[in-house]
Design a protein around this ligand. Sequence first.
Ligand code: NAP
Length: 320
Amino acid sequence: MKAIRINAFGGPEVMQIEEVATPVPQPDEILVKMYASGVNPADYVVRQGGNEILKPFLKLPLGLGLDGAGEIVETGVDVTGFKKGDKVYGIPNFLSGTYAEFIAAKASQFALMPNNVSFNEAGAIPSCALMAWNGLDLGKVGAAHRVLIHGAAGGIGSLAVQFAKAKGAYVIGTASAQNFEFLKQLGADEVFDYKDENFADLLRHIDVVFDASPVFNANARMIMARALNDSGRFVSVQLPYPFGEEFLAILAEKHAEAKMVRRELDVAQSLTEIAKLIEQGKVSVVISKVYPMEKAAEAHTELETKHVRGKIVLEIRKES
Ligand SMILES: NC(=O)c1ccc[n+]([C@@H]2O[C@H](COP(=O)([O-])OP(=O)(O)OC[C@H]3O[C@@H](n4cnc5c(N)ncnc54)[C@H](OP(=O)(O)O)[C@@H]3O)[C@@H](O)[C@H]2O)c1
């Protein structure tokens, strides 16, 4: 089977399509014939050699890709709840690589994909959706909370806006001006440009900040922390960028909490609940571009601009 692999760290050109053995599923695993893989920031970070957290785990050669969608072609003997032919989406074990024609993955990391989307749409969802889902859970987002979503037009942000609306929250999104209309269509109640010189004055009475920006910016963090209500929650997806002392002091004054998103909830159950929201039409998947597997380098180059709207997808094989 074909898979994208790297034999050296570096620019997009280090990705090569190679012929490798089709994996054999373990007793608790499913073998998935892949149709689509999401393209996520972690893919280019791994390709470049990793960050403080990832570096110790990266041993070449490596496959790339965190998540995706496909059809089950085989189930391990201990797998229950799935059968051959099921269309599934999920996240296999980290660093096992979804830019591949087949993957073997723990069944507990997958769910039936929404029945009203294509493989390309389903493949774009899992990792970003789980980050947004866990993040809003950590922020205890509920009806009528004022929730600020920073980086709201991106892969995680565009889903977080819709999940927060589905929970009944009042959603304030940040984006560049060209994405204002897009965020309003997703359901945002207010939108601000994070580059606006009056950004700090625009933010008021926030119960929960969900920082889903791909850019680490201490100043933006401070501004958003200052806008929090007493006992508010600040949740960030920027795991490799720890909270600083000054930032934590602002939160302490407000008896507010700061948390980093980790995937703490049950993956299969979360993906099943997310699928329901999509089937009910409460959440839609925004794909800005689909690239064929041979154009993975172009897909990475585009994502690395950090201004993609919604998601980029790598199409592993065409859906008939
Ligand atoms: N994707 C995952 O599954 C995953 C998992 C774990 C951690 N993370 C981390 O989460 C972060 C976001 O991931 P993602 O997949 O959502 O990234 P992404 O899709 O590449 O994010 C792109 C969005 O970021 C916005 N943006 C760019 N510069 C910004 C700035 N200075 N301030 C605020 N927003 C800015 C852009 O909005 P405009 O174009 O409107 O400016 C764009 O829509 C990354 O740091 C990533 O490493 C992601």
